[in-house]
Design a protein around this ligand. Structure first.
Ligand code: URP
Ligand code: ZN
Ligand code: ZN
Length: 478
C-alpha cells in the first residue's frame, strides 16, 4: 500500500516546508517538493499542516484505584488519542507489593493488546530491596529503560528518600532513566489529614493540601539524588513556575534533567476549585491546578527549552467515580482526561496565542518525547525511513470541547466549553489510515508494543526554534 500526501506544509521540530510525502508500507520513502508517482491513495493536504504523529509520554489507562479503574481502557483511550493526532503513548506498569517488576510488566503488556495506537511503558518500582537491581536490569533488557517513581502517594506506591536514592543508583548503573512525580508525600499527607480533621473536606482543600512548596522541594530533592547517583531524570507534570527555575539551574550546571508539563497546567487556574463538588471535583488531580501566574511561567519554560515535553497525564474518571469522595476530598480518585486534546490545546493556546512556534509545537508534541525515551527517529519525525505516523492538521477548523462530543468514556471534561482551533483530518499510523476526514476508520489493526533501546541517544534540541509559518506568509514552494 502506498499513500501520497500532496500540497501540504510539512512541519518538523526544525523546519517548515512545502513538500510532498510518499509512504510505502509502514514507512516514509520520499520527501520532495513535487512527487508525481502513482500511489494507491492520494491525499490533498492543501492548506493543511503535515505533522509527525504525537507521542504522549504520560497516560494512565485502566489504572486501578479504590473508586474503580480510570475509565478509559486501552481501546477507548487509544481511540481518543487518534482523534487528537496522538499515535503513540507511554503508559505505566505498577506492580502490587508482592509482584516483581518483570511479572507486572508481562501482565500489563497483555492488558494493552487492544490499543489502536503504538505504545510502550514506564515501569514503577514501588519499593526497594536487594532484588530490585536485577529486576530493573531485566526490564531494560526487555526494552523498557524508563522507571517511574512517586514521591507522593506514600501509602500505596510512593518511595521514601532512601528507596528513591537506591532506585536511582540501580537505574543509572544499568543505563536507564528515572521519571519522577515530585511532591513531598509526608508533608502533603499531614496537611490532608489536618484539613479533614478540621472538617475541611471540599475539593479546594485538595489543592491547599498540595502547595507549590511541596512540589518545588521534591523537585530539588529528586534532582539532588539524581546528581549524586548520576541518574538521568525526567520530571513529570511540572505545574509550578518555581519548579521551572530550579530545573533550569540544574540543566545549566550540566545535569541531565528533563521536564514535562501538561495542558491543564498551561490553560487552567485554581479558580476551578471555587465551585460546588459537581463542578470542582473533576479538577482533583495531582499536582493540583495552580494560580494563574504559573501558566505563563510554564509557557516560558517551554519556549526557553527548560521544559521539553507536554504529556497529558490522561487518567479520566466518571462523575460517579469522583463522587466516591464527595464528603472527603482524600477519597476522590486523582486524575482527569486529556489524551484527545493535547494538539488542539497547544495549537490554540500556544501557537495561535504566539506563545510558541509551530516547530516548537511539534517538538513538545512528538519529537522530544521520541528522543528522550528512545523512539527516535523511528517515531516523532517526518523523514525518509521513519514510521509513517502522520497527522494532517486543518488549522481552520473550530470546535468546542465537551464531554458530549469527546471520545473518552468519561462523562466529564476539565476542558468543557473550551473553544479550540484545528482538527486532525487524517491520522496515519505506520502508513495505515486511522482517521479519515476527521472520523475513525472501521476495522483497524491493533497498535504495536514498542521496545526501546536507545534511550537518550539523540540529544534534546536546546536551540530556540524560529517561527516560520508559510500558510500565513504565503511563501513559495521549496
Ligand atoms: O492526578 C493524577 N495526576 N493522577 C494520575 C497519577 C499521577 O499522579 O500521575
Ligand atoms: Zn503523578
Ligand atoms: Zn500521571
Amino acid at each position: 500500500m502506498s499513500i501520497l500526501i500532496k500540497n501540504g506544509t510539512v512541519v518538523t521540530s526544525t523546519q517548515t516546508l512545502r513538500v510532498d510525502v510518499l509512504i510505502s508500507g509502514e514507512s516514509i520513502v520520499e520527501i520532495a517538493p513535487e512527487i508525481n508517482e502513482k500511489a494507491d491513495t492520494v491525499i490533498d493536504a492543501q492548506g493543511m499542516y503535515v505533522l509527525p504523529g504525537g507521542i504522549d509520554p504520560h497516560v494512565h489507562l485502566h489504572l486501578p484505584t479504590p473508586a474503580g479503574c480510570s475509565i478509559d481502557d486501552f481501546k477507548s483511550g487509544s481511540i481518543a488519542a487518534l482523534y487528537g493526532g496522538t499515535t503513540t503513548f507511554i503508559d505505566f506498569v505498577t506492580p502490587s507489593k508482592s509482584e516483581t517488576l518483570d511479572e507486572a510488566l508481562t501482565k500489563r503488556i497483555a492488558e494493552a493488546t487492544d490499543s489502536l495506537t503504538d505504545y510502550s511503558f514506564h515501569v514503577s518500582p514501588i519499593k526497594w530491596d536487594k532484588t530490585i537491581e536485577e529486576q530493573i536490569a531485566n526490564c531494560i533488557e526487555r526494552g523498557f529503560p524508563s522507571f517511574k517513581i512517586y514521591m507522593a502517594y506514600k501509602e500505596t506506591v510512593g518511595l521514601n528518600d532512601d528507596e528513591l536514592y537506591h532506585v536511582m543508583h540501580d537505574v543509572a548503573s544499568h543505563g536507564g532513566m528515572v521519571t519522577a512525580h515530585c511532591e513531598l508525600g509526608d508533608e502533603v499527607d499531614k496537611l490532608r489529614n489536618q484539613f479533614f480533621e478540621e472538617g475541611k473536606v471540599t475539593p479546594k482543600y485538595h489543592a491547599l493540601s498540595r502547595p507549590e512548596s511541596a512540589e518545588v522541594s521534591a523537585v530539588k530533592r529528586a534532582m539532588a539524588f539524581a546528581d549524586q547517583t548520576n541518574c538521568p531524570l525526567y520530571i513529570v507534570h511540572v505545574s509550578s513556575g518555581e519548579s521551572v527555575k530550579h530545573i533550569l539551574q540544574a540543566q545549566r550546571s550540566g545535569q541531565q534533567v528533563f521536564a514535562e508539563t501538561c495542558p491543564q497546567y498551561l490553560t487552567l487556574n485554581d479558580s476551578v476549585y471555587n465551585d460546588n463538588f459537581a463542578e470542582s471535583g473533576k479538577y482533583i488531580i495531582s499536582p493540583p491546578i495552580r494560580s494563574a501566574n504559573n501558566n505563563d511561567l510554564l509557557w516560558e519554560g517551554i519556549s526557553n527549552n527548560v521544559i521539553q515535553t507536554v504529556g497529558t497525564d490522561h487518567c479520566p474518571f466518571s462523575q460517579a467515580q469522583k463522587e466516591f469522595g464527595i464528603n472527603d476530598f482524600r477519597k476522590v480518585p486523582n486524575g482527569a482526561g486529556g489524551i484527545e486534546h493535547r494538539l488542539e490545546l497547544l495549537y490554540t493556546f500556544g501557537v495561535k496565542n504566539n506563545k510558541i512556534s509551530l516547530n516548537k509545537l511539534v517538538d513538545i508534541f512528538a519529537t522530544q518525547a521520541a528522543k528522550i525515551f528512545g523512539l527516535y527517529p523511528q517515531k516523532g519525525e517526518i523523514a525518509v525511513g521513519s514510521d509513517a505516523d502522520i497527522v494532517i492538521w486543518n488549522p481552520n477548523a473550530q470546535r468546542t470541547i465537551s464531554a458530549k462530543n469527546h471520545h473518552s468514556k468519561a462523562d466529564i471534561s476539565i476542558y468543557e466549553g473550551f473553544k479550540v482551533n484545528g482538527k486532525a483530518e487524517y491520522v496515519l499510523l505506520r502508513g495505515n489510515m486511522t482517521i479519515k476526514n476527521g472520523q475513525l476508520v472501521n476495522g483497524l489493526n491493533p497498535g504495536k508494543l514498542l521496545l526501546r533501546k536507545n534511550i537518550l541517544s539523540n540529544p534534546v534540541n536546546l536551540n530556540t526554534s524560529t517561527y516560520n509559518d508559510p500558510l500565513a506568509d504565503n511563501c513559495g514552494r521549496v
